[in-house]
Design a protein around this ligand. Structure first.
Ligand code: ZN
Ligand code: ZN
Length: 296
């Protein structure tokens, strides 16, 4: 059933939507305003903002959507785990004021802060670094999640390394004895919390072989489908063609939404805005299921 799409060319089968984009509110290099401007200029019919583990860019993207009269779906890309696999989940059009979703983000944030602090404390036994010195490297204050990049910057500031890359090759690496994995909610919790907030959940790049030594199995994905998973991101540069085939079969079998997106990061990655776009029909399905409206 297509409610919003009737008579709207943004939702036609020919319309092209980029449903996976990052801005400065996570690890992209551009502002949400720049995202909207570039999406419009590149000839897309709509775009989604999906910064990592945050909705902090939603206010700015709403202003830009109105200013450029360009359709925007608000979303986030939430990092989760499922057994030994790290899973990225695109959450669209959920109510950011819902307490369940606020608690989920707050719990993750506190656990990550504690994790970063523990890493710094163990490094401080052997290197000239302190928690205060790490906090001094945080630019956006409360809106930034303190993590390894800030530890690396503090080590550079203290003269231990010449630059951030050297620090990441050194004691900031995931092989380092000081490393503690990033705490994340489970895939099951993400589905429960985002649905409680009226949103739509799509697993991002589930066939990205290079990102994970162990991909989600069919059985793991089917468990998530039984818990209400809405869709799978099929068209993404990191999904191999065999994986696209596998994921498409699962999606068709269970009637899931099949999405696509560029995973644009501005200058941060080679991904071009609009590559692997989804059709307007896919966008309308997300809009129909979500609990907050499409912008503008
Ligand atoms: Zn991702
Ligand atoms: Zn992404």
């Amino acid at each position: 059933m297509i409610r919003m799409s009737e008579g709207n060319e943004s939702f036609s089968a020919d319309a092209r939507w980029d449903l996976h984009c990052h801005t400065q509110f996570s690890d992209g290099t551009h502002t949400p305003t720049e995202l909207v401007r570039q999406a419009k200029e590149s000839g897309l019919q709509g775009v989604a903002i999906t910064d990592h583990d945050t909705y902090a860019g939603w206010d700015e993207v709403a202003q830009a959507s109105r200013r450029y009269r360009f359709p925007v779906i608000r979303g986030s890309e939430i990092t989760a785990y499922d057994r030994r696999t790290s899973v990225h989940m695109l959450a669209y059009l959920y109510d950011p004021n819902n307490e369940t979703v606020i608690d989920m983000f707050a719990t993750t944030r506190q656990a990550r802060l504690k994790r970063t602090r523990s890493m710094v404390e163990s490094m401080a036994q052997d290197y000239p670094i302190s928690w205060e010195a790490v906090l001094a490297q945080v630019g956006e204050g409360d809106r930034t999640t303190v993590g390894r990049p800030h530890i690396a910057d503090a080590l550079v500031h203290a003269g231990v390394y010449g630059n951030r890359s050297q620090a990441f090759a050194g004691i900031c690496s995931s092989d380092s004895p000081y490393y503690i994995p990033t705490p994340s909610p489970s895939t099951h919790e993400v589905i429960r919390c985002v649905h409680a907030a009226g949103g739509v959940v799509v697993i991002a790049h589930a066939g990205a072989v290079a990102r994970n030594p162990e991909l989600l199995s069919d059985e793991q994905i089917e468990t998530l489908i039984s818990e209400g998973l809405d869709g799978l991101e099929i068209w993404h540069r990191d999904n191999s063609s065999e994986q696209r085939e596998r994921l498409s079969q699962i999606a068709v079998k269970h009637g899931l939404i099949m999405t696509g997106g560029s995973d644009w990061h501005g200058k941060g990655k080679p991904n071009r805005l609009g590559e692997n776009a989804a059709s307007g029909i896919v966008a309308s399905e997300i809009v129909n299921r979500g609990c907050i409206p499409l912008l503008p």
